[in-house]
Design a protein around this ligand. Sequence first.
Ligand code: GLA
Length: 779
Amino acid sequence: MTIHISEDGRRFHLTNGRISHIMAVAEGKLVNLYTGAAIPDDGTVDFGYLIDDRFRVQASTIGEGGRRYAEQQRFEYPEFGCGDYRHPAIEAVQGNGSRISDLTYVGYTVSDGKPTLDGLPSTRATAVFREVDDAAASDGAGRAESAAPTIGGGDTGDAADATGAMTAGPAAASPDAQTLTVDLRDELTGLTVRLRYTIFRDEPVIARSALLRNDGAAPLTITRAASLNLDLPDADYEMIAFTGAWARERTPQRQPLHPGIQQIESLRGASGPYFSPNAIIARPDTNEDAGEAFALAFVYSGNFDLHAEVDTYGATRLQLGINPFGFAWRLDPGETFQTPEALLGYTDHGLNALSQTFHRIVLDHLQRPAWARRERPVLINNWEATYFDFTEDRLLDLAALAAKAGIGLFVLDDGWFGARTSDRAGLGDWIANPDRLPNGIDGIARRINALGMDFGLWFEPEMVNEDSDLYRAHPDWVIATPGRARSVYRHQYVLNFANPRVVDAIYARMHAILSDANVAYVKWDMNRFITEAFDATRGAERQGELMHRYILGVYALYERLFAAFPELIIEGCASGGSRFDYGILAYSPQVWASDDTDAVERLAIQYGTSYFFPVATMGAHVSITPNHQTGRSESLAMRAAVAMFGTFGYEMDLTALGEGELAEIAAQVAFFRTHADLLHNGDLYRLRAPYDHRQAAWMCVAADRSRAIVGDYVILGVPNRPKSRLRLRGLEAGRRYRVRSTDGAFDAVRSGGELMCVGIDDTDLGPDFAARVYLVDAR
Ligand code: GLA
């Protein structure tokens, strides 16, 4: 892994043999020369020819007397107003109303490791450092305690002055990441933008973010600050976005780029169910196993904007960041604004390889080490078993059967607190309801623990029912616009998490419950989006900050809970999977993927989710049949064969089952636990997409390729089914494997080559809603 810097400090090449990102300073501007597959660079190659400076009619130059034309440059962090008519990465409104800026290169630093981002989740490297943002704190020479950054500057300023001091944690002997920072400055306003590029040693991924600092004398209002801008030289791509709604989250949609803008976004105050804040930009012939693609992923849970703009010359500008709609952040002199992190990944080996890269980034660089790659308990959740209708004894009956089946965690869902016997009341009153839980949370937790199980609890920290003590005491804590009606969903309002007092109060209540009882797990739900956005604690000039401050409040609560309870598992949830993103995954090892627990629907939801999210992160439960969302009936075996390709659990009334089914569940739990490591840490290969409602298949392969587990499904069978062969992936061609299906229908020894090229004949699988799980073991 290297970050090559040319001798004159004006060309930067980040590469690790799997990806290259090359930039240069041209006419004072930071421009992109190339991003894609790794290009060899011994330091002598001049990539300057990649700058497009041919004259075009109607094209304005960069600056007076400039030789280059703004509209055809591939900028790293473009502004609007100086001849580039595409959407800018940044916009800063000044005292006189002007929105023009002109960012020119100041200097750079290179450091081992990766900085943390203030108040925001981000990926990690072994060496972590914190930048000191205030340049005044610098003694004039950039430094790091054990990993001295290389410093360079342009001819417009002294780099050391511009880059600020750094303090570094101990650098790894062979760093697993390196960070290049490049500072740009708008001389007229004093706005400084520090672009950060971290390249990971082992993955074709570059993490990017921008730190804005007002070094001028007058306030600025930032109305746009992308986390990532990538200008590509052509437009021969398709965008794969993941779209949906409640109960049908994250279905891939693949569409060619076209002149103009293709955009996905959220304006809900959460990443939302409509679009996941990630996308793949693939060549038209790219498939699961071959071909080129970029992936963009946002480490953020709020309003986002991800778009591809194909310009008048057939080039593509990709942008990802906080959604500029309604966003306005006041930056007083001396203040900084940190954008969230965006990840850029690249593959020339197809989409399975791209997903595997991002799965490793999540498991090894994003998730909290406390639970990343660590086996989590199989759980039972009482929601679909009881809904709001339960007593402690009823819960214990359910838990006792679950314990007998080997389930390790009992989760008490909604309805345990305040006056919450329906969704009309009590939200926000995080005190156990004594009618239901006479011995409080501690009492039920002890009884559950006595069964040999961990205990978990549902919260919806960000919300309040109007009929609640919390609302009666603090009606001004909800997000509402003065003088306007307040939209309601599920009889609840959104608390203003942009107000630190609100976060303090919710933290205090959660802390009291969690420190009073042995709670191993929290389900953090979030069931409605923000309406009538207004922050009653701030003035007119700061209203555009609410949506971002709200998410910062959510992250702050997560941080405080983990500071107090480092081993706690917090499962994310938002009416199912409506806030399933890399921001939440930085805290939650698992996220409830959807309220839709129907196995057939889950095939589609988990398949789509898997493009960016590892199997280990997808909350998936076996539920009752007929299914509560679809009315469909599927065998217990089929339901488990789908849920095990997720964080496996149950959500059904076990007391309504017979001995036979309970024994089957015990066997499923034992099977899952035996293979949990392979399912959760293996490389996932998508084999057959479920979107034609006919069939689906996927598999997980151990890193050493000695073992694999395959899920093979028929959704709607075809009469007289044509010959079908399931071709496996990821095995060693020359190795021999025994392949057994758990239903006993298939047992054979074949070479990896046969399994991948010929495949397993599964013509007999069916008719409807059928599943077969194969275990593959090297001989
Ligand atoms: C949401 C969640 C469900 C359940 C209910 C409880 O809908 O997605 O899993 O927790 O809330 O009210």
